[in-house]
Design a binder for this molecule. Sequence first.
Ligand code: NAD
Length: 305
Amino acid sequence: MAQIIDGKALAARIKEKMKTQMPQLKAQYGRLPSLYVIIVGTDPGSQIYVRNKINAAVSVGMDARLIELPEEISETDLISIIHVLNEDPLVDGILVQLPLPAHMNEERVVDSIAKDKDVDGFHALNVGSLWQGTHCISPCTPKGIIQLIKSTGIPICGKVAVVVGRSNIVGKPVAKLLLDENATVIMTHTFTEDLKSLTLQGDILVVAAGQEKLITADMIKPGAVVIDVGITRNASGRLVGDVDFDAAAAVAGYITPVPGGVGPLTIAMLLKNTMECFLNHAEANSSASKIWATVINARIGRTNE
Ligand code: NAD
């Protein structure tokens, strides 16, 4: 029987640790990390997502603000608001909740966020850096998936990892992060022939398709680590993943539940990304002020002591 990977508990530990760091950050840098979340319109699902993100940020002691904008705001006005936040030195992270209304181009809006404040890791430059292997802000869900796999203690290096789904927000970036951990990655998608023959090879199986019970027990390698990213509401109104959980748990070594698996890690990684942006900004500001102090001291003939 598989061990359940408890995403809720892991996320709680990550958040607890972050909370303990806040007083020291405040003492060292004079302020706390800040996250600005923008929501356009009144979609009930999106409203819940943004409130969860804000509440999580507040719960660890971050400065979190929600900017609610009307459905009919123009793309130009939305981008102008983002530009104001980009220029504000007290803003560390900016997140625009997707999807946006149909009259907006999501790529243009996301790419208008400053690269160093793009806490979702969706900006084209961050995506490029991810694939180049240079420093970047990694997207939250894929980053959380790696944490969940690592929490099992099973090494990723050298293992065969099968990813089901190739979206820009989950499938593709998680495949790259697994590659960075030296896994041998097999990517699959809707056009994949004989999916089962491939999933059966996975020591690690990450499923992000959004199809209830796509992965049945006979498609899982015995002992595999199974990460179920899918969240859909089934005919009886229950939130379900992509894996036939009860049967799969009899075969897998480790498995994430839905809900309570990947979801909580996505939010915890959003906070980690905000913290990373804050530290980059705070360090850049303090080294900039040290350089200016040296320049000014030299001008007025004072020595640095
Ligand atoms: P998407 O619809 O953009 O992509 C789905 C991918 O799955 C596609 O690449 C498609 O080729 C593949 N796919 C679909 N049916 C398939 C099949 N029968 N066989 C093989 N491949 C198939 O979805 P997404 O944005 O990547 O999200 C996937 C799921 O993960 C959704 O249920 C979504 O709600 C969930 N999700 C959860 C979180 C979280 O934090 N827990 C975050 C993002 C997405």
